[in-house]
Write a new protein. Structure first.
Length: 268
């Protein structure tokens, strides 16, 4: 069982909600990322999600798009992200780490080489926004052999039949996109979320994490009771942007910010 499944199973058993924290790897530079990851753990993150910078993202709002641009400008590539995870693992062998990005970055490296290098670095799972489950079988099987999870997104517009298909291929957890739009959108509403979560649960026993539009402790507290936990990303990336000229301030700022989210979730 992967670190992701083990951690989320433990949380579910204790009745606690999970907190997944997203930052873009290499933003504003490669040296910043591992300390930022440790700060997120200190702030209460249960899973760390590291974005692989990509030039043409399809699902990201302006904040994360700009973070990818900064990371790419700093010379960050997929191999560098794997090095960052390896650095993180030198001091933290317990916290699950997953990568989120686009399949384009991996196709150049090759599936088998990517999986082997990612597993060696300490990656526990991946989300590829533009990888449909029907085309994921080869990669999924390679990852399962190394106890890594291939995680899929389900949106409010996903049909019941499509939910069934996606759930049958997924590992780790289901990432439920809470709104119609891109990351960082501000029109989050809870209408219909409970019904969609119930539909997903009818097809899988995997934990369900809610993301997109979780901007602060208030929104985290609002949606946490509906699923197994929440994903926080854009607000953290915005904090990193604010301190990009003084990167030594990033880690303490992230720790404080995520602690506020952790407290809000625990009080839900």
């Amino acid at each position: 069982m992967s670190r992701i499944r083990t951690r989320l199973k433990s949380l579910r058993g204790s009745g606690r909600k999970g907190l997944v924290a997203f930052i873009t790897g290499g933003d504003p530079n490669k040296a910043t990322t591992a300390p930022a990851m440790h700060a997120l753990v200190a702030g209460g993150a249960d899973v760390i999600e590291v974005g692989v910078p990509f030039s043409d993202p399809e699902a990201e709002g302006p904040a994360i798009q700009k973070s990818s641009e900064r990371a790419l400008l700093a010379g960050t590539r997929l191999a560098d992200i794997l090095d960052v995870v390896r650095d993180f693992r030198a001091d933290d062998t317990a916290t699950p780490v997953l990568l989120m990005g686009y399949l384009n970055s991996v196709e150049r490296m090759g599936y088998r080489e990517f999986v082997n290098r990612a597993a060696s670095a300490g990656v526990d799972g991946v989300i590829f926004v533009n990888l449909p489950p029907e085309e994921a079988i080869e990669l999924r099987d390679l990852m399962r052999a190394r106890e890594m999870d291939l995680i899929f997104l389900i949106a409010p517009t996903t049909t019941p039949e499509r939910v069934r298909v996606i759930a049958g291929h997924a590992g780790g957890f289901i990432y439920y996109v809470a709104l119609k739009g891109v990351t960082g959108a501000s029109h989050l509403r809870t209408d219909g979320i409970a019904e969609q979560i119930a539909l997903i649960r009818s097809h899988t026993d995997l934990p369900i994490m809610i993301g997109f539009g979780i901007k602060d402790g208030g929104t985290a507290r609002m949606v946490a009771p509906l699923a197994d936990g929440v994903v926080v990303g854009t607000s953290l990336v915005t904090t990193m942007e604010r301190h990009q000229q003084q990167p030594e301030r990033i880690a303490p700022a992230l720790r404080k910010q995520l602690r506020e989210n952790r407290t809000a979730i625990d009080s839900a």
